[in-house]
Design a protein around this ligand. Structure first.
Ligand SMILES: Cc1cc2nc3c(=O)[nH]c(=O)nc-3n(C[C@H](O)[C@H](O)[C@H](O)COP(=O)(O)O)c2cc1C
Length: 213
């Protein structure tokens, strides 16, 4: 009753329409694919969120060529490729989970290409992402293979695009999800218990923030 009076939503109502988009920036079905799907399962099972998965594996996604078509025309991107599928998913989701393998200490080129191509949506509407939250999952072959740099790059992207970046807090998930695959693909990631905890902690924080707790 009090909730109704104040115009507040119950926990169930609040989470009912929350869509979580998970993007795997790996060109293969390996550790990142596993980690992002694992995160989505957790969000669905624990918080009842609707989840959507998009893998960059075998996708045709061109680089941004800075032609400024999107800025001049405000009709999206000049390329017609698999971003056409991803754009609406990005717009619909309240929460993004971007997972990237670590390549030479940084984002995979596939992940970076997608981030750059979001300019086409921003060009039409500067606030298109402003009410969204973003977390990252960085997956490396080494225990300390550059995960934090990748999470920093994702945080920078979220900030630049007016999104709210979320980390999992001290004692385990400081800047987000970090997975050590040991270069053993899915099985390596699956065995990384501490890494999986960093994903759970970050998602708990995302949903706590969403519920204002
Ligand atoms: C081009 C390339 C560069 C890489 N650079 C790094 C690196 O800098 N640090 C690291 O720990 N692992 C590095 N790796 C290993 C991957 O991060 C690791 O195998 C990861 O689990 C791959 O994710 P995936 O299984 O989802 O494809 C690199 C792999 C490739 C192909």
């Amino acid at each position: 009753m009090a909730d109704e009076y104040c115009g507040l939503l119950s926990r169930e109502e609040l989470l009912m329409d929350v869509k979580v988009l998970g993007i795997s920036g790996s060109p293969r079905k390996g550790a990142t694919d596993f980690a992002v799907n694992h995160a989505l399962e957790y969000a669905g099972d624990k918080f009842g969120a609707h989840t959507e998965y998009f893998s960059l594996r075998a996708k045709n996604i061109n680089f941004c060529i800075h032609c400024d078509y999107c800025v001049r025309k405000k009709k999206g991107c000049i390329h017609n490729d698999d971003m056409e599928v991803l754009y609406p998913l990005m717009q619909e989701a309240k929460i993004w989970i971007v997972g990237s393998p670590v390549y030479h200490g940084h984002l995979s080129a596939q992940t970076k290409a997608v981030l750059d191509r979001t300019r086409a949506l921003m060009a039409k509407d500067r606030d298109v992402f402003s009410m969204k939250m973003g977390m990252g999952i960085a997956v490396a072959g080494d225990r300390n293979g550059g995960q934090e740099q990748v999470l920093k790059a994702l945080t920078d992207f979220y900030i630049i695009n007016k999104m709210s970046p979320v980390g999992g807090g001290v004692f385990g998930a400081n800047f987000g999800g970090t997975i050590w695959s040991g270069d053993r693909g899915k099985s390596g990631a699956e065995e990384d218990q501490e890494g999986k905890k960093s994903i759970y902690k970050t998602l708990d924080r995302v949903f706590n923030l969403l519920q204002g707790v």
